[in-house]
Write a protein that binds this ligand. Structure first.
Ligand code: FMN
Length: 199
């Protein structure tokens, strides 16, 4: 083999190794639990207690959307408890009136830490559940999968919202700013106007 082809093969092998390593790192990163304390906002709220459990993404989009939804809940009088999906997140839900589950969509499905959290809860005891997913272009199929997992664990999906980075969120043009800024405002309004359907 000429030194040219030896060099080409070596370069190809190095590129393949870097690609495989990056893919492995990405899968590990998006599948890993992130532990944070439970943060309470609006402790004097009288509308009820909301637990928000979410998986942060690689970007800050999911965190911003989740925070805005929580701010909307607080504006509507809810006490809001927020944490990230991990083994440390509360799985005993008896003290909460609604549970909000958030995650980015990866490969058409909700992020694995959120799916593991739903399995860990195992029995939502007919608790109302809000699903709040972020995606590049289409959260629909992942919302369906999340709702199915919630129902399997005896939860009651009452509202679901998918917000995207690439597809326009605010088709009715009700807000101003970038697509991501509009997504944040849509999430805030959804929290503020949340209605729990009666049994
Ligand atoms: C590994 C990977 C897989 C993804 N798969 C999808 C997908 O199947 N459908 C989709 O609409 N967006 C997909 N996205 C985009 C994310 O859902 C989107 O960026 C989300 O708003 C925030 O996640 P991020 O902060 O981790 O980027 C994917 C992103 C990554 C990094």
């Amino acid at each position: 083999m000429t030194s040219f082809w030896t060099g080409m093969l070596t370069a190809a092998a190095v590129i393949a190794a870097i690609a495989a390593g990056s893919g492995y790192w990405l899968q590990r990163r998006i599948s890993a639990d992130i532990v944070t304390p439970v943060m309470e906002t609006n402790p004097d709220g009288t509308a009820g207690k909301a637990l928000m459990v979410y998986q942060p993404g690689l970007s800050d989009f999911q965190a911003k959307v989740t925070a805005a939804f929580g701010e909307g809940l607080a504006e509507a009088g809810w006490r809001v408890f927020t944490t990230t999906a991990s083994e440390q997140a509360p799985s005993e839900l008896a003290g909460y009136d609604v549970v909000v589950l958030g995650a980015p969509v990866y490969g058409g499905a909700p992020g694995k830490p959120l799916s593991r959290y739903i399995e860990r809860v195992a029995d939502f005891d007919d608790k109302p559940v809000v699903v709040l997913l972020t995606a590049g272009s289409d959260a629909g199929p992942a919302i369906g999968l999340t709702e199915q997992a919630v129902v399997k664990s005896r939860g009651r999906p009452v509202a679901s919202l998918g917000l995207t980075t690439n597809r326009p969120n605010d088709v009715a043009n009700e807000f101003t700013g970038s697509n991501a800024e509009r997504a944040v405002e849509i999430a805030r309004r959804a929290g503020r106007t949340l209605q729990l359907a009666p049994h």
